[in-house]
Write a protein that binds this ligand. Structure first.
Ligand SMILES: Cc1cc2nc3c(=O)[nH]c(=O)nc-3n(C[C@H](O)[C@H](O)[C@H](O)COP(=O)(O)OP(=O)(O)OC[C@H]3O[C@@H](n4cnc5c(N)ncnc54)[C@H](O)[C@@H]3O)c2cc1C
Length: 477
């Protein structure tokens, strides 16, 4: 009989592990004010996995005066129980991340404590819902400070009451929060948008969707012909859900013959995950560009899910070039002739465009992009890569024109927009164990440097004696 530790016992173990590894314990942050009101040392926008793990790491570094905000309701953050239409994660079950090296905080420990080691051994991939439940447990257990149902809508520079710099973040409630550092853990579209071709967007709203949409009414697709664009895993997951809801036929259209190769598996080694961000621009552009252009191959389970249906058809080397309504049907133009469907779903991923994000809009033209900082060799141009933010080593935005907006250096990005600068980092489970400590080291570095005069003053006032000096034992010569 397999023994289960139970969650209560695991939680006690987590507390002990955290306590055993708590060094250095001394608090070091100093309270600051803006217009007489307390200022957060770090404000994190986004309480998905990236925001939560960043918060935990900051707390381990004794930076407690922090807050995570999320526009989603509690339990609805991120894709896992909203629009990730897949029964299991695509990444291997032994990829760690949120635990930040504490074994009792891993997904495996959480799972085994409830269902046993045999059940974990028998599992092929982590069920998406359980990954989400694990993140919810993590947030509750570690008492991470999160406010839900509130969005960051604008960011501007401000001045602390003592003359130092801060950022002012306007919330959807109208409230303004001041913070010394800001982390944008706003997910896959955090520096852009979920993209679909304009001609698809122009179709009636009830005839088309992007895979990122939470509210696709698959029941309505029963008995209908559905066309899906894209060769990635999300496109295929949406095709599968349409089939499972009784679609008459589902046709998936790909620009190329899918490679079936998952380049993200190749790059999963310590050297790459830790040092890709240190590589010269040319190599970052070339290697990450190649990997991102190849797109993620769909996993075997996802492929089997659609192949189980005889009414699933794949069209390769057949992109859509235009679309319009013809009578009651959608007419999709392709190089191999038109195709008629009742509903179109785009699994076309996201594109970088900092101008499209409301919270970035007022200063988007000041953010340095790869296209501003790097000229690729002839034949290696790629406008999609050129739109990625060109980040500093601490994940902070850099200025397009130096001197124009130095406060951008206090806005640190931790979404998919970090990928060209660092390889898998923001919005990645794979890179998390390496990238979160690196991000947080960048945050604490900035906070420490900003406080150097105060640390000097503190050192000068340091009077804590190890023992009383015994003058009676000093020679009277
Ligand atoms: C469909 C899908 C499947 C994936 N599957 C895998 C997988 O199997 N394995 C893997 O390793 N990776 C996978 N990923 C990639 C990655 O792990 C996820 O995207 C993950 O959710 C990234 O975490 P995150 O915290 O960066 O973003 P998210 O989890 O998306 O969290 C971002 C949060 O920011 C909030 N937010 C955004 N803007 C604002 C704002 N202005 N104000 C307040 N809140 C805001 C959002 O509400 C959201 O909750 C998948 C991604 C997708 C989209």
């Amino acid at each position: 009989m397999d023994q289960h530790l139970g969650l209560a016992a695991l939680e006690a173990q987590v507390a002990r592990d955290i306590e055993l590894t708590a060094h250095p314990r001394t608090e070091w942050m100093m309270p600051r004010l803006w217009r007489g009101k307390p200022v957060f040392d770090v404000l994190i926008v986004g309480a998905g996995q990236g925001g939560l793990v960043t918060a935990f790491r900051l707390m381990r570094e004794r930076v407690h005066n922090i807050l995570c905000i999320d526009r989603a309701a509690e339990g609805r953050e991120g894709p896992w129980v909203t629009f990730a239409r897949m029964p299991t994660l695509r990444s291997p079950k032994d990829q760690t991340g949120p635990d930040l090296g504490i074994p009792s905080l891993t997904f495996q420990a959480w799972y085994e404590a409830q269902f046993g080691a045999e059940a974990f051994a028998a599992m092929s991939l982590i069920p998406s819902v359980q990954w989400h439940e694990y993140l919810m447990w993590y947030r509750r257990l570690l008492k991470l400070p999160v406010r839900n149902n509130i969005a960051a809508t604008a960011i501007e520079p401000g001045k602390l009451d003592d003359g130092g710099s801060c950022l002012l973040v306007t919330l959807s409630s109208g409230e303004v929060l001041a913070a010394r550092k800001l982390v944008l853990a706003t997910g896959q579209d955090g520096t852009g948008e979920w993209w679909m071709p304009d001609f698809v967007r122009a179709l009636p709203k009830d005839r088309r969707a992007h895979t990122c949409e939470v509210a696709i009414d698959f029941e309505r697709l029963r008995g209908r012909t559905v066309a899906v664009l894209g060769a990635g895993a999300s496109a295929m997951d949406n095709a599968a859900v349409a089939l499972e809801h009784g679609a008459k036929e589902v046709h998936q259209f790909c620009r190329r013959v899918p490679t079936m190769i998952q380049q993200y598996r190749w790059l999963t080694f310590a050297g790459f995950l830790r040092h890709m961000g240190d590589a010269p621009d040319l190599w970052r552009w070339r290697i990450m560009g190649h990997i991102m252009r190849a797109r993620e191959g769909f996993p075997e389970d996802t492929y089997k899910r659609v192949l189980a249906f005889p009414n699933f058809v794949m069209h390769v080397e057949r992109p859509w070039t235009d679309a319009r309504m013809e009578g009651d049907r959608i007419r999709l133009e392709t190089p191999k002739g038109p195709f008629f469907a009742d509903y179109a779903i785009c699994g076309t991923g996201m594109r970088q465009n900092v101008h499209l994000r409301p919270e970035l809009r007022s200063f988007a033209d000041k953010i340095a992009l790869w296209g501003d900082r790097f000229t690729p060799p002839s034949g290696e141009d790629d406008p999609l890569l050129a739109a990625f933010p060109y980040l500093g080593p601490d994940f902070a935005f850099l200025e397009k024109r130096p001197g124009e907006a130095p406060w951008l250096g206090d806005i640190h990005l931790f979404g998919i927009g970090t990928t060209l600068s660092f390889g898998p980092s923001g919005s990645s489970i794979n890179g998390m164990s390496i990238s979160v400590p690196r991000l947080v080291a960048g945050l604490t570095r900035g906070l420490f440097m900003g406080d150097l005069p105060r640390h000097w003053e503190s050192l000068m006032n340091y009077k804590s004696r190890q023992a009383d000096f015994d003058w009676t034992r000093v020679a009277a010569d």
